[in-house]
Design a protein around this ligand. Sequence first.
Ligand code: F58
Length: 833
Amino acid sequence: QADATNGNGNGHSPYLEDSRTGLGVDTLKRAIRNNLFYVQGKFPEIATRNDYYMAIAYAVRDRLLQRWVASVKQYIQEKHRVVAYLSAEYLLGPHLANNLINLGIYKETEQACKELGLDLEWLIEKEVEPGLGNGGLGRLAACYMDSLATLEVPAIGYGIRYQFGIFEQDIRDGWQVEDTDNWLRRGNPWEIARRELSYDIKFGGYVQTYLDRAGKLCFNWIPELVVKGVAYDTPILGYKVNTANTLRLWKSEAPHSFDFQSFNAGDYNSAVNSKIICENISKVLYPNDEQIEGKRLRLQQQYFFVSCSLQDMIGIHLRQGEKIHDFHKKFVVQLNDTHPAIGVAELMRLLMDVHQLEWEEAWDITSKTFAYTNHTLLPEALETWDLQLFGSVLPRHLQLIYEINRRFVDYATIKLYGNHQKISSLSLIGEGPRKYIKMANLACLGSFAINGVAALHSELLKKTVLKDWYELMPHKFQNKTNGVTPRRWMVLANPELTNLISGKIGEGWIKNLHELKQLEPFADDPEFRKEWMQVKFNKKKALAKRIKKRLGVDVDPNSMFDILVKRIHEYKRQHLKVLHIITLYNQIKKNPSMDVVPRTFIFAGKAAPGYRKAKLMIKLINSVGEIVNNDPDINGRIKVVFYPNYNVTNAQKIYPAADVSEQISTAGKEASGTGNMKLSLNGALTVGTLDGANVEIRECVGEENFFLFGLTADEVAKVKSEGYKPWDYYSENPNLKEVIDQINSGYFSHLDSKVFKELTDSLLYDDQYLLFADYQSYIDTQAKVEEAFKDQDKWARMSILNTARMGKFSSDRSIREYCDEIWKVESVPVTLD
Ligand code: F58
């Protein structure tokens, strides 16, 4: 039903159909035509696909800006408390369709395009996504920005405007090859450069100490290098609200006066060199996942964006006429993992060296400002910095960390009564052959709240990697189970399912995902089940078409789509899935007429370029695919596909087509997972271990609608402590032995028996992630999956119940909890005037 005030029914507060920012079809049409002419300088006869994309993007941007300006204005006038989310990564995904949905003008824009002879979907396909993140952590930050705006919470996301995001992956001869991600090459209509908003960031050099006239000890940091950070703002609009928050990403540049001296002295080369050094800082995202890279440039990146952001917040605060002493009342700063944890030392520096506060007050403010989210249980993934390296990049911060640590160790010594081992584990400085700074300890000490990202993860943090912190400061510890935004992961990715659901229960679930519960009764409705499975089938058909186009492989949309998509890592155990596929393959080979449920195994994910074993896992998947897909005995009944360049755009095409969601990490290793939520929300049934958020998903959807297998986290710990011997599993399980021997024989590698040796050896002699211990349980569970799939009616029921019971896993719920239990911030509805 059309809304009388604006004719769009998009739920916005009443305002006039303004000729510039109106939301009606005619106004949109005019805007697109005007932009083509006045922004792109083109007319229809010569306009390219990109010209039209830009014309539409700018039309949408105008409408975002109207809301953005209104939001900022209101925040400034009313002086609200603001959340600052600090994250080195934001994996946003394409903007256009998302903004159309949140503005509530998808249909209108589609119509406007149609009347202009354009196909909106075709233009959306064109968009290059900003891949400014590695995986779950970066994507979570993007979901959280969406939810913050949707819940009308004043928030700024701060990060880095990498010129090159996560590399593009191609597969050649089965191996991953990387290409640079030049995402800005055609320009970025969604950002606004704020040239006037910039800060100077110092690096290296030394610290002068002196006494001021009052006899106070002062510190003067004389840097070796100064870099300018320039703000680039992207408005983030909430779903059908007027709130548009800011994502502020910093680009590094040479300061205006860069190396003036060498330039004047005629040393052009060194002048240009220093420009390059400055620009390098925000040049490229480090493509590592669950792996820290102790490189100088990475530390520089972290400090660069954190210092820009904190200076920016202080500026905002003071410009509002507030006192520096009240900084923590204005801003709460969430540290997305330890990457921005240097902020603790930097805020101390700014408060003391720039704003002249005394230590005690500076520390009081700092430790009331920060909260820290941990995203990993892998001890090797906890960030540390070589102390010498750290001191050479941030000499003043090294002094400050020493002093923070000295005071803390004094306190801990009293509290812990000479427990030296504990004190040394809590120390901010690690001792070994070389000293190092422990960023997780800095984050724990400097924050008033510490949280894990799923219930199990938060419990394990308290028992393992952050045990000593928990025992010393239990009041700081919380859990905030991750969530995903239903706008992108349902409304945008799966409009067909969205319509089917909304047709039954209305649209309320899009903002209140718990309402999906109302779908439950329809699981018993045969007509609804039929429609449900028809949507799934259509999505599978669409994915099959893409696979054919991209890879030339025929896959049958009637087969079970068994999906394992995520970063490639040993702990995520993509190779366990391969062991299952080979086992199945061997069964069919031995009994070609056996009755098997046809399955398409779809993998996708990037391996860190320097992670040899992960790259070998990709090669193994492709090599197995080559044999299986072309074996006449198999006759197309099982297919293995590796879909290249997994990113947000591709994920949106894959999740809706999944029958089975593989969540098979070693229990106790995956902090949460979020792909597990997106898949189940789209009606896939999970095959999973009791790891991360799988535990909670299973609780919600019901154990009868979830395929559980494998050891629990406790059992994993026990098996390991008792001296795990993978060889025993290998020698005692003939099927497992056959699979491993086959890989080793060169069966999948043109008889070259060496190709996968590194991988099989690491399984046979170490198997850190207990693939062999979980193998049989996994195989048995897969047999149950197959049985269940044979009864399509029952499967449909289970699928519907999965979706219906996923209410908890909205990022809106997560953000509500952060707001209420950590940030203490409130919603501020924005009005358009
Ligand atoms: C992920 N971490 C967790 N790190 O692995 C996943 O379980 C969780 O759901 C997700 O965070 C969100 O909480 C992750 O993605 C990284 O990508 C880092 C990038 C920088 C280097 C260290 C890993």
